[in-house]
Design a protein around this ligand. Structure first.
Ligand SMILES: Nc1ncnc2c1ncn2[C@@H]1O[C@H](COP(=O)(O)OP(=O)(O)O)[C@@H](O)[C@H]1O
Ligand SMILES: [Mg+2]
Length: 475
């Protein structure tokens, strides 16, 4: 792997490699910092593992905290089989439980001879903090760091990762951080009760960084979520993979979501998709997978688009994904009289924009027509932000009861859409059976279940023979 004339060594994560212009420059010193439990050991292990497996490197892992057996077992639970790499002589694990007795110079000599014997091109010291703790004088740690840098990194060309346990980024820079070429800081935080893990690239010698903060998961190793808010989610014109409905519910069209939430979109229920302020993902990209899934299985759909979408935008966004017949026969979209264009006029429900009750009657009637004609529940979407914007909160609250009773009594299936900053958001939250929020964090898009609670789920588009939306939890 090389960019220009600098040899790069993969970070172990394809997404992080692309942010760093190919990876870490080979023969550099990398410092990984963060509080306990943030994934430093897994990051380092994943780095070594992938470079051995994919690029034929050799690695040495010096662990002052954890024993061999526990390391191997933990890593196996993440899908990283280090035993196999040990058998083939590509990986060595050095446990230094007796650090205090052997003393630093002896440990250092041992590391040096292991690197020479195994011809390791990668070294992890987990953790440098454990070494500093047993040193009597602060300058000893400095000398040790200098020696690692000059002998192991620069002379032997062994790319080295030092792990440092520390709580905040703001703490005084330790000597190792001055000497390092790269500093990666790992953190974790909570978003409405769900775990968010992210890394920050605090220093990257000779590398231009566009996205400094990246979210990741420890599911199946160390996996960084591709930042897509600038480039957007990948587009596709291939139809979505069909996900069948159940007896009492309609599928969301996203297999992962149905599985995680349990029953998605039960008959006779209000469901809510809340879009956080500042989410740049266009709303039609959020619901078109669900709408296509209903239409392509012969269902009927009536849409009152969220703020900013005309009937035409919605129609155009669905066209490549839905069979022509279904689109022409089973779909109706609300538009306002002044704005509707010819192409969608036959499929439009025209709102005057004066009396909400009168306009909603047209909407409810269109649903009833479909239900009578097809004798099955109708899937409806209502962008309540549009209603609030056009008619005002008070008017919307007046029709809410009637609207909900209709959904309940006729057993239809409703997905309401709202922006978090709208005034009626609280009322919709309390009436929803399933409540999901869309968020944009560290440049990536996430779906999160509030009712029922789910982890943060990264949204990704997988394009193969068909298009499929995949959700990966932050663990
Ligand atoms: N098999 C696994 N799947 C998902 N997460 C795991 C797994 N094993 C451990 N973890 C998580 O990894 C975290 C510990 O990672 P680790 O790399 O040991 O952190 P650090 O070295 O920063 O203390 C824990 O928070 C734990 O929840
Ligand atoms: Mg650790």
């Amino acid at each position: 792997m090389s960019v220009g004339d600098v040899n790069r060594i993969s970070t172990g994560s394809v997404e992080l490699d692309s942010v760093l212009g190919g990876g870490f420059p080979a023969g550099s010193l990398i410092v990984v910092t963060g509080p306990p439990g943030t994934g430093k050991t897994i990051f380092a292990a994943n780095w070594i593992y992938n470079n051995i497996k994919k690029f034929g490197e050799k690695g040495l892992y010096v662990n002052f905290v954890e024993g061999h057996k526990s390391f191997i077992e933990n890593m196996r639970s993440l899908g990283l089989d280090f035993e196999e790499l040990e058998r083939t002589g590509k990986f060595r694990f050095l446990e230094s439980v007796t650090l205090k007795e052997s003393g630093i110079p002896a440990i250092f000599e041992q590391i040096l001879s292991e690197i020479v014997n195994t011809k390791a091109s990668m070294l992890v010291i987990d953790s440098f903090s454990a070494i500093s703790q047993v040193m009597e004088k602060p300058y000893e740690a400095r000398i040790f760091a200098h020696t690692i840098l000059s002998k192991i990194v620069r002379d032997m060309g062994c790319t080295t990762m030092l792990i440092i346990e520390k709580a905040g980024v703001e703490e005084n820079y330790e000597v190792t951080e001055f000497l390092s070429d790269f500093i990666i800081n790992l953190s974790k935080t909570e978003v409405s009760g769900a775990l968010l893990r992210y890394l920050r690239i605090l220093k990257a010698r000779g590398t231009e960084i566009r996205q400094q903060r990246l979210a990741f998961t420890l599911k199946d190793g160390f996996n960084v979520f591709k930042p897509v808010s600038i480039s957007g989610l990948p587009e596709s014109t291939k139809k979505f993979k069909i996900v069948p409905h159940g007896n009492y519910y309609y599928s969301s069209g996203i297999q992962d979501l149905d599985r995680i939430v349990g029953i998605m979109f039960s008959k006779g229920c209000y469901n809510l998709l809340e879009i956080e302020r500042d989410v740049t993902l266009p709303p039609e990209r959020l619901f078109r997978v669900t709408v296509s899934n209903v239409l392509n299985q012969g269902g009927c759909v009536v849409i009152l688009p969220p703020q900013g979408l005309s009937a035409l935008t919605v129609w155009n966004s669905l066209e490549p994904f839905v069979y022509k017949d279904a689109l022409n026969r089973n779909l109706k979209i609300v538009d306002f009289k002044a704005t509707v264009v010819e192409k969608v006029e036959p499929h439009a429900i025209l709102f005057e924009g004066k009396s909400l009750r009168e306009d909603m009657l047209c909407f409810w009637n269109a649903i009833t027509d479909f239900r009578i004609k097809h004798n099955r529940p109708v899937f409806t979407i209502v962008g309540f932000d549009t209603l609030e914007y056009v008619y005002g909160k008070e008017e919307v609250l007046k029709i809410l009861g009637a609207d909900l009773s209709r959904v309940r009594n006729f057993g239809d299936i409703r997905l309401n859409i709202i922006r978090s900053e709208c005034n009626i958001v609280e009322s919709l939250r309390s009436l929803a059976s399933v409540h999901l929020i869309v968020r944009e964090l560290c440049g990536a898009f996430f779906l999160q279940g509030i009712k029922p609670k789910t982890p943060l789920l990264n949204i990704d588009v997988h394009i193969d023979e068909e298009t499929e939306i995949r959700l990966t939890p932050v663990l």
